[in-house]
Design a protein around this ligand. Structure first.
Ligand code: CLF
Ligand code: SF4
Length: 515
């Protein structure tokens, strides 16, 4: 490697401390054949080498990868061919993060330049997704043109598509021809009676359909599209929005149906619903699930296939690691002025370094896990963690915009979700009200791991029965969680503390702020 390249990597690693390792078990299953275990040392588990190659640096398809690798979306697809009662694409706000929300719509040419600009600045950006703000396959020419341009100029970037599935059967061949290896279909029902409560209409074959008839057509097309993709070896993820009182009890059936058709991963996400979003569900006061309701459903489906639990319900123009949004750094105006220098060698060298560190973290976790071998206990605890990425506990309590939540037991440590919060520190001062929202978001956790914390929030958390832990600052999350858990069991055994079942937590919606 040339000296210049080495210098560039060193510089990037200093600029991007998030590229440090993690030891989380990967998610996913064998392409086309349902559940498998990705819990081996490097996260590969029993995936075939070909499948592993596809998922290892995709932040959505591998939970482990999401600590290290970033994705970006380009908003080239404004139109949609169906209406979902949880969607309103008119609303935009820089403080808002949810699917369908964007600040700028791009042409394919603008999008391709933006991809190069991001790839030059964020070498761990490995995936380009088109996810809206409407439906990519209701805008097929813009969508496929964008993918074509990116394939020509940045061939190492994985292509990813997210669709409602209505037009999917028509485009499966084109998707395959363009090497789009990852497709997400949002499937909220397989029963059209349930579907009629979610979709007021669809527009198909130059005709508008409503009610049960519309839902039946949509469901048939979604399942057909899924089958066609998996037959061709394309990895499919199914997203489902959990809508309490509408499809919450039905999603286990959806899970079985998509598994039997070869879906790789199922992502059950909470409904985002508030009156100010102007959606039908929001205006009708439909609530989203609580944290425990969501986890219970995900846990119940996990026996059927692997569940994605790290989804951040991104904007259609999101940029960065999941859980951060750097889209403001890459507006069209800024991208046009940027000196774009896409260097494949630098990107590859950077990613090799990420892989080296990732493997080291997995090894550290596995070593720590050995200390629990032979321990017999049915206790499990949830732990909230403030992290900016890299699998490390590296964020000040007051700066956290979200907490990652892990469940620890004698069998190991697993990522179970994230909780968005308002910054506790506003303008350098802690907010009493801010602490209350944090406590509500992580009240089901026994401890919160942070790199630092002030005295006021420390006392407030202790009062709420949540132990603030800063002694693992900058250490690996999973290794630290296992150490904490081993000591927790010892403290319970000695009578120093009492293990209690904790309450349910709020899922805070739409508070991710662009930086
Ligand atoms: Fe984007 Fe979706 Fe591809 Fe990921 S997002 S198109 S698969 S690159 Fe990921 Fe964002 Fe969740 Fe989507 S966290 S909303 S699952
Ligand atoms: Fe909105 Fe997507 Fe539903 Fe279309 S398919 S209405 S863009 S959520």
């Amino acid at each position: 490697m040339e000296l210049g390249t080495r210098k560039a990597i060193a510089q990037l690693l200093v600029m991007q401390p998030a590229c440090e390792g993690s030891g989380q078990k990967g998610c996913g299953s064998k392409g086309g054949k349902g559940k498998s275990n990705c819990g081996s040392a490097a996260g590969q588990g029993d995936l075939s080498p070909e499948t592993w190659e596809k998922v290892k640096n995709h932040p959505c398809y591998s939970e482990e990868a999401h600590h290290h690798y970033a994705r970006m979306h380009v908003a080239v697809a404004p139109a949609c061919n169906i209406q979902c009662n949880y969607c309103n694409r008119k609303y935009d706000c820089s403080n808002e993060s949810r699917p369908g929300v964007v600040s700028e719509r791009l042409t394919p040419e603008q999008a391709a330049r933006k991809v190069l600009a991001v790839a030059s600045n964020i070498p761990q950006m490995t995936v380009l997704g088109i996810a809206g703000p409407g439906d990519p396959l209701a805008n097929p020419e813009k969508t496929f043109k964008t993918f074509e341009l990116v394939t020509q100029t940045a061939p190492d970037i994985k292509l990813c598509l997210s669709t409602n599935g209505l037009m999917l059967p028509e485009y499966v061949d084109r998707i395959q021809a363009l090497n789009i290896d990852h497709v997400t279909i949002t499937i909220n029902m397989i029963d059209p009676e349930v579907g009629a409560k979610i979709y007021p209409w669809i527009y198909f074959n130059k005709r508008r359909y409503e009610g049960v008839e519309a839902a039946q057509i949509l469901s048939d097309r979604q399942l057909l599209g899924l089958e066609m993709l998996t037959e061709r070896g394309i990895l499919c993820k199914v997203n489902s929005v959990m809508i309490p009182g509408v499809n919450d009890h039905h999603l286990a059936e959806v899970n079985k149906a998509v598994k039997s058709r070869g879906a790789f991963l199922h992502n059950i996400m909470p409904l985002i619903s508030a009156p100010e979003h102007g959606t039908v569900f929001g205006l009708n006061g439909m609530r989203g699930p609580t944290a425990q309701e969501l986890k219970t459903l995900q846990d119940s489906c996990e026996g059927e296939m692997n569940m994605m639990r790290h989804c951040r319900q991104c904007r259609a123009d999101a940029v960065g690691l999941l859980g951060e949004d750097r889209s403001n750094e890459f507006t069209t105006e800024k991208v046009m002025e940027m000196d774009v220098h896409y260097d494949l060698q630098i990107r590859q060298a950077y990613q090799e370094e990420v892989e080296r560190q990732r493997a080291a973290v997995v090894a550290a976790r596995n070593e720590e896990l050995k200390t629990l071998a032979g321990t017999d206990s049915n206790i499990s605890v949830l732990i909230a963690v403030a992290s900016t990425g890299g699998g490390r506990i590296n964020q000040h309590f007051g700066h956290a915009k979200e907490f990652q939540v892990y469940e620890v037991s004698t069998t190991g440590v697993k990522f179970v979700g994230h909780r968005r919060v308002d910054h506790y520190c506003q303008g350098g001062f802690g907010e009493e009200e801010g602490l209350e929202t944090v406590v509500r978001a992580i009240t089901d956790c026994a401890a919160v791991f942070i790199s630092r914390i002030g005295n006021c929030p420390r006392e407030g958390l202790l009062k709420a029965g949540i132990e603030p832990v800063d002694r693992f600052a900058l250490e690996y999350i999973e290794q630290s969680a296992l150490t904490f858990f081993r000591e927790y069991l010892e403290r319970v055994q000695s009578g120093e503390i009492e293990h209690k079942r904790r309450g349910d937590a709020d899922i805070r919606q739409g508070a991710l702020i662009s930086t």
